[in-house]
Design a protein around this ligand. Structure first.
Ligand code: FAD
Length: 284
């Protein structure tokens, strides 16, 4: 099913993200984790492409496993480190597996700055996917601005370019302060961007994750969140419980304020996905 049709149903949706394995040996472990998350019957599940410790090689495989389990998959695809031939071969593979949803991304520029220079921005990939078949296309957006952007206004101009290139919905970078999302939604609509915005929520379950998050994306960490890390950061079980509770609070507040799409960065952790689903059992 196409995600744009799921989002058009006018009800809140809950989806989860997994990342593919780095090596073939780890495939079964990831497949099992994805299968467990799929038993929660989320509205869809996304599979990253070469991010979060995984590789691009197994994205289509894991997405296809998710499809077989009866859950709609969303396959991520990045372009900046890729060639046109590679992109088109992945799109053919997706078609062959009946996968209809693609999250079109630029990807991070490698540390040495070397890329094949066939793609520069996600909007170019979106154009090409649009011409390559009947895909439902999503893109990334950044409530706090993308780290490379000069300012939020310029970032929004480029987001508009992506939407005009043909994307059907956008998913946000993680954020820990809902008021940042609310003001972003206001600005996005003011700019004339009308596609659904799915809120990306990261349940932080270990203190180590936080350092990575702030290094990668410069995300603002509110004092209420920092107090939790301060208090429970050295106690993994307590940190996990508090991190899940914080994410649950964020989700409940978003739904109460009319946000319909919730995407949980569940990071191949079925127990975390299950707990969040359970915490929302009467809400969703
Ligand atoms: P773009 O939209 O191309 O933007 C990149 C930068 O260029 C921004 O600063 C933007 O303002 C600027 N820009 C855009 N267009 C132009 C233009 N025409 N001229 C000048 N500047 C321009 N990474 C992975 O490797 N794999 C994944 O699976 C993955 N999944 C993600 C999922 C989500 C929901 C999010 C939010 C991010 C994900 N990422 C993933 C990370 C993403 O690849 C990086 O954030 C990357 O640096 C930017 O990708 P983008 O598609 O947003 O790029």
């Amino acid at each position: 099913m196409k995600i744009r049709d799921i989002l058009a149903q006018g009800r809140p949706t809950l989806s989860f993200e997994v990342f593919p394995p780095k090596t073939e040996d780890a495939y079964d472990t990831v497949e099992r984790a994805a299968a467990k998350i799929a038993t929660l019957k989320p509205d869809f599940m996304s599979v990253t492409y070469g991010a979060g410790g995984g590789t691009s090689d197994y994205t289509v495989g894991i997405a296809s496993d998710i499809q077989k389990s009866g859950v709609t998959p969303l396959a991520h695809l990045t372009c900046v480190s890729s060639t046109r031939d590679k992109v088109h071969s992945v799109l053919e593979e997706l078609k062959n597996h009946g996968i209809e949803n693609v999250l079109a991304l630029r990807g991070d520029i490698p540390a040495d700055g070397r890329t094949p220079r066939e793609y520069h921005y996600a909007s170019e990939l979106i154009h090409e996917i649009k011409q390559s078949g009947d895909f439902c296309i999503g893109a990334a957006c950044y409530p706090e601005g993308h780290v490379e952007s000069a300012n939020k206004s310029v970032d929004m101009d480029y987001l508009k370019e992506k939407v005009e290139a043909g994307c059907d919905f956008v998913t946000t970078q993680m954020f820990f302060d809902n008021s940042i999302l609310y003001s972003y939604l206001y600005r996005i609509r003011e700019k004339g961007i009308t596609v659904p915005v799915i809120a990306g929520i990261m349940p932080v379950t270990s203190a180590k994750q936080i350092k990575r998050i702030t290094q990668m994306s410069g995300t603002y960490l509110p004092s209420r969140f920092l107090a939790i890390v301060d208090k429970f950061g050295d106690n993994p079980a307590a940190m996990k419980q508090a991190g899940i509770a914080y994410a649950t609070d964020q989700i409940i507040d978003l739904i109460a304020n009319g946000v319909r799409g919730i995407h949980v960065y569940s990071m191949n952790k079925p127990d975390v996905a299950m707990k969040i689903r359970e915490n929302l059992s009467e809400i969703l």
